[in-house]
Design a protein around this ligand. Structure first.
Ligand SMILES: CCCCCCCC(=O)SCCNC(=O)CCNC(=O)[C@H](O)C(C)(C)COP(=O)(O)OP(=O)(O)OC[C@H]1O[C@@H](n2cnc3c(N)ncnc32)[C@H](O)[C@@H]1OP(=O)(O)O
Length: 216
């Protein structure tokens, strides 16, 4: 995983472009400390449990107080997006971004980006299947990664369509693949697939636009 991510890091380091998703901040895996991954996992677990919990009144009272205290402590440590570990910890699943379905990159090469991705309980759409919006989120992020690898530059999603071919299960390691189908000037046409074993769950067809210098 680290080798695959290293290539993405090179992409980030090479270009001083200030817009898009990058800033003049050195990439480090130190922020948040060695246990930040465990912290992220606990946050995900909290969301998993909250999604399925049916607490009684007493427990709700207790949880509100505990969460308030926790949120106060967390709020004290807030910093800007460029330096927060969530989204920049490239040593962790989904770069430590707890808002994304956790995925671990397994391949980055001329054929695009491949990752093992797992939708959690909190990604529930219905009947133990992933919410379609979360499937699109996964495609957007891995698709953006594939675009960055293809053009060695930052891009933004202009459109993204998903064909939902079969049910996407929760808590199951899935294979997500995104690759540049073709590049025309600033336009990067990205395709993607999401598989549960041999079964195709969803496909992506997207356009990413290479950002101009300074473009937000
Ligand atoms: C590793 C980290 C990965 C993270 C990935 C996450 C990616 C994201 O989620 S990004 C967030 C979602 N996307 C956005 O918010 C983007 C909002 N939109 C915008 O900012 C702009 O519309 C943007 C940047 C897409 C394009 O604007 P701009 O740079 O002015 O390009 P513009 O000159 O209009 O168009 C360039 C070309 O693309 C085409 N194009 C632009 N938008 C579209 C579209 N929606 N459909 C089809 N073609 C389009 C234009 O027709 C033009 O084509 P041509 O060169 O052939 O004439």
């Amino acid at each position: 995983m680290s080798e695959a991510n290293d290539r993405a890091v090179e992409t980030v380091d090479e270009d001083p472009h200030e817009g898009g998703f990058r800033a003049h901040a050195a990439i480090t895996t130190d922020r948040g400390g060695p246990r930040y991954g465990e912290f992220s996992e606990q946050v995900r677990l909290l969301m998993d449990n909250a999604r399925y919990a049916c607490p009684d009144d007493e427990l709700v009272d207790e949880l509100i107080e505990s969460l308030k205290a926790l949120n106060d402590r967390l709020a004290d440590s807030r910093i800007d997006e460029w330096h927060s570990p969530a989204g920049t910890r490239i040593d962790l699943p989904s770069r430590g971004n707890i808002t994304l379905p956790p995925y671990v990159v397994t391949e980055v090469n001329d054929n695009g980006v491949v990752a093992e991705l797992t939708f959690r309980d909190f990604h529930l759409g219905g009947n133990n299947a992933a919410h379609g919006g979360h499937v699109a989120v996964a495609f957007d992020d891995v698709g953006g990664f594939a675009s960055a690898v293809a053009i060695q530059h930052v891009s933004r999603t202009a459109y993204l369509t998903v064909q939902y071919r079969s049910i996407t299960p929760l808590n199951t390691p899935l294979r997500i693949h995104a690759w540049a189908d073709r590049i025309e000037g600033r336009k990067v046409f990205i395709k993607g697939t999401l598989y549960d074993g041999d079964r195709l769950c969803a496909e992506m067809d997207a356009l990413f636009i290479k950002l101009n210098p300074g473009q937000a």
